[in-house]
Design a protein around this ligand. Structure first.
Ligand SMILES: Nc1ncnc2c1ncn2[C@@H]1O[C@H](COP(=O)(O)OP(=O)(O)OP(=O)(O)O)[C@@H](O)[C@H]1O
Ligand SMILES: [Mg+2]
Length: 310
């Protein structure tokens, strides 16, 4: 069953189209990743789906309610952790919990129970009186997520919840997301970290307001790159990239840390071809690899830029 159904959703700011005719479905209980570069239109889409921002055209059903006809019903039935604001920094941990609890109509015993749960998931038991501004980012984000689901919504939107969080805490934050999902909560999450996309059941990639790829991580890796990818470990990457870019059998070359990824455009003995070509360069190893999501996204974005140039 679908938790969210989006139909040709568009948002214009004046003559600028931030979200352009976007349609997709999100299944109940899944973790749905929303990826795209800065300014791609992720937050704008999420704000529309939360019933906060009115679409220019199109509609979406979130938990069965239309964001155009019943935005207030939508708001009551979801949790939302926004990108810019999620907690009052000048309140203590306890005051934030009480404030957000009261917004969602929690008082007395039910608030007390929820408060215990939020303190536990954010590792803040016994630290209720700390000022929120004094918390490390990772803890703050866990507190914010706890508060976004304090009223037990069936759907929660997390807009870049791990931005600025260190890798260990990021992993740890995803354990919490998985926990929510295993309880049947549908999670829609935006991120810039491609390794996080691997943890999602389904993903869409948007660019300039348009969907350019859609599927689960496995589908994305098999459906969008049709030629072999090679990883070259080497010392003088710039030199090698320059050399490869000139070759007819090479489609794309990109730098991944200290390594180079090469997408070829034929299926013929490329590995030997590359080895021969780079015989006088300092290549440590070369191997055929399964594409990462980063390979897929770079490939799609480069293809799109090329099409725009032509
Ligand atoms: N209220 C607004 N008025 C005018 N333009 C806006 C408004 N809100 C967003 N935009 C523009 O719409 C585009 C999409 O913005 P959006 O915030 O949705 O991107 P994003 O994918 O969330 O980016 P980021 O990764 O930086 O958060 C951007 O070019 C942005 O400048
Ligand atoms: Mg954003």
């Amino acid at each position: 069953m679908n938790s969210i159904e989006v139909f040709e959703l568009t948002k214009k700011f004046g003559s600028f189209t931030a979200v352009d005719n976007v349609s997709f479905n999100v299944k109940e209980g899944e973790i749905f990743g929303f990826l795209g570069a800065n300014g791609a239109g992720k937050s704008t889409t999420i704000r529309m789906l939360c019933g906060i921002l009115e679409p220019t055209s199109g509609d979406a059903f979130v938990g069965g309610y239309s964001i155009v006809k019943s935005p207030d019903k939508v708001k009551l039935n979801i949790g939302y952790m926004s990108q810019k604001f999620s907690l009052y920094n000048d309140l203590t941990v306890e005051e934030n919990i009480e404030f957000f609890g009261s917004i969602y109509g929690l008082f007395g015993k039910s608030l007390k129970q929820k408060k215990e749960w939020v303190l536990e998931v954010s590792y803040l038991r016994g630290k209720e009186k700390l000022l929120t501004s004094s918390l490390p980012t990772g803890i703050k984000q866990r507190l914010a997520l706890g508060l976004a689901v304090i009223h037990k919504p069936k759907i929660v939107f997390l807009d870049e919840p791990t931005s600025g969080v260190d890798p260990i805490f990021r992993r740890n934050f995803w354990d919490l997301i998985n926990e929510l999902s295993s309880e049947g909560i549908t999670v829609i999450v935006t991120t810039h970290y491609l390794e996080e996309a691997e943890y999602c059941n389904d993903i869409i990639l948007i660019d300039s307001g348009k969907i350019i790829a859609q599927g689960n991580p496995k589908q994305l890796k098999t459906n969008y790159i049709h030629h072999p990818i090679f990883e070259i470990q080497c010392e003088n990457a710039t030199d090698i990239i320059e050399c490869l870019e000139k070759q007819n059998f090479v489609d794309e070359v990109s730098l991944f840390g200290n390594n180079i990824h090469v997408i070829t455009n034929s299926n013929l003995k490329e590995i030997n071809q590359i080895l021969e070509l780079l015989s006088d360069k300092n290549v440590k190893s070369i191997s055929k690899i399964t594409p990462t999501l980063e390979d897929v996204f770079i490939h799609l974005l480069e293809k799109k830029n090329e099409n725009q140039k032509n």
